[in-house]
Design a protein around this ligand. Structure first.
Ligand SMILES: Cc1cc2nc3c(=O)[nH]c(=O)nc-3n(C[C@H](O)[C@H](O)[C@H](O)COP(=O)(O)O)c2cc1C
Ligand code: SF4
Length: 287
């Protein structure tokens, strides 16, 4: 996806160092008579040129300086250079995040949910499309309604013999969940989560699934750091994908596709150790 060129260069400030020319992934800028000049006819509006210019000569219109300003997290807007973060701490955060299946009923502040969406939007996206959409369910009542619509979808599937092979896998687990869900106080879909974020993509992205899931992982990690538990709820994604009525009820336009549903809330789980993973054996190709 190539966006129109919105790069503006102040020739009075430009010293002709060429840094912006070297960093630009879409050859939008070149040096003409010793000054950076827009010579290309397309741009992915990545804003790298403005970020690298030592004299602040570049403005990329269309990206918003305030778009990523957070209200519940102290924001330090300076760029961390490579190696300037504690890797051990980062990995500890990654390993400490767990899918939460026991949420407390404490509501999540709307500002925190909005900050999580902004943090999601810091993710990379194919050709910088940023075509993701975020639907926030800020109250338990909304989460319950989505849970009920999802359950109804799986109920309908369970009574439908025309189930395709594709659904068979979901069928048994779905039945199990629905059975357990009937017991009072059990919410086998959202685990009592008081909030949720649905991540979708508008049409036109080159890598929609990847974009949505990258934003999701940002949200999962940041939520843990902010004191919140999360769980990706694939069952609900399936229901939304195949039941246009759910999309309609949620106010998600028909042409948008949903890739992730994240249950969010304060966790009642307390672990005493990290979990482990299966061993990973990388493969090499050495040319
Ligand atoms: C795409 C995706 C869909 C998932 N769907 C569900 C779900 O519907 N219900 C659930 O309890 N967990 C769901 N999970 C959570 C996984 O079960 C969990 O990530 C996995 O067991 C590893 O555990 P961890 O997240 O605690 O590291 C999902 C995870 C992913 C990545
Ligand atoms: S990085 Fe800034 S100073 Fe250097 S060439 Fe580009 S606009 Fe001019």
């Amino acid at each position: 996806m190539n966006l129109p060129v919105t790069t503006e260069i102040d020739h009075d400030l430009c010293t002709g160092c060429g840094l912006c020319v070297d960093i630009c992934p879409s050859n939008t800028i070149s040096l003409v008579d010793g000054r950076a000049t827009v010579t290309g006819d397309y741009s992915i509006q990545c804003d790298h040129c403005a970020a690298i210019c030592p004299v602040g000569a570049i403005t990329v219109h269309g990206v918003d300086e305030d778009a990523l300003k957070l209200t519940t997290v102290k924001n330090n807007g300076t760029w961390l250079k490579h190696g300037d973060f504690d890797t051990a701490l980062l990995v500890q955060l990654m390993r400490s995040r767990r899918s939460c299946r026991m949420f407390s009923s404490k509501p999540v502040e709307k500002d925190m949910l909005e900050d999580l969406v902004k943090i999601g939007a810091t993710a990379p996206s194919g050709t910088n499309s940023q075509l993701w959409t975020f639907t926030i369910l800020p109250y338990r009542s909304a989460v319950e309604k989505l849970g009920a619509m999802t359950s109804q979808f799986f109920h309908r599937l369970n009574s439908d013999d025309a189930l395709g092979q594709y659904y068979r896998r979901y069928h048994e687990t779905g039945k199990e969940n629905l059975r357990e869900g009937k017991e009072p106080g059990r919410d086998q879909l959202f685990y009592g989560a008081p909030a949720a974020i649905i991540i979708g993509m508008k049409p036109g992205a080159s890598c929609p699934c990847e974009d949505a899931l990258m934003a999701s992982q940002n949200i999962l990690l940041a939520a843990h750091a902010m004191g919140l538990g999360t769980c990706m709820i694939g069952f609900v994604v399936e229901a939304i994908k195949h039941d246009s009525g759910i999309k309609r009820a949620l106010g998600i336009p028909k042409k948008e596709r949903v890739y992730a549903v994240i249950a969010i809330g304060y966790s009642s789980e307390k672990y005493t150790r990290m979990t482990e993973r299966k061993p990973v054996a990388p493969r090499y190709y050495e040319g």
